[in-house]
Design a protein around this ligand. Sequence first.
Ligand code: HEM
Length: 131
Amino acid sequence: ESAALLNAIIQNAIDGIITIDERGSIETINPAACALFRYSPEEVIGKNVSFLMPPPDRNQHDEYIKRYQHTRVPHIIGIGREVTGLRKDGTVFPFRLAVSEVAYSGRKIYTGFIHDLSKQKEAEEQLREYA
Ligand code: HEM
């Protein structure tokens, strides 16, 4: 059945996947995203997604979502961006964020795809040191 297949794909995805409602509350998080941010699902579901990022975005993310909803001008949706995530232990890591808007049973949700860049960035740093 296709819902079970979709769930298996999400649960086993390499990239992190988080879904939020129209106000920014986390509704689902897959194991890859839990591992990247080092939280269990219970610790994040129902919280605002902004608690997974450092300032200044942390304090402005609600506004980013509202502005998009009023203007319909995307800054990340359909474009992507390199952003910084905040782990449970307070450390930060770079990742590539892709966001899409999904109409789901009569309402809007947003799905965020999180591609960790920390290994790649470290390698780049090392190359620069040896250059
Ligand atoms: C917009 C940062 C995670 C959904 C934005 C913008 C920034 C940002 C900087 C607006 C950029 C601008 O207006 O110039 C971050 C950071 C994240 C994060 C640092 C780290 C955890 C997420 C996740 C989702 C999400 C996981 C969805 C599940 C959105 C939406 C918008 C937005 C819906 C408004 C639409 C748009 O600007 O295209 N975010 N975000 N964000 N973000 Fe996030």
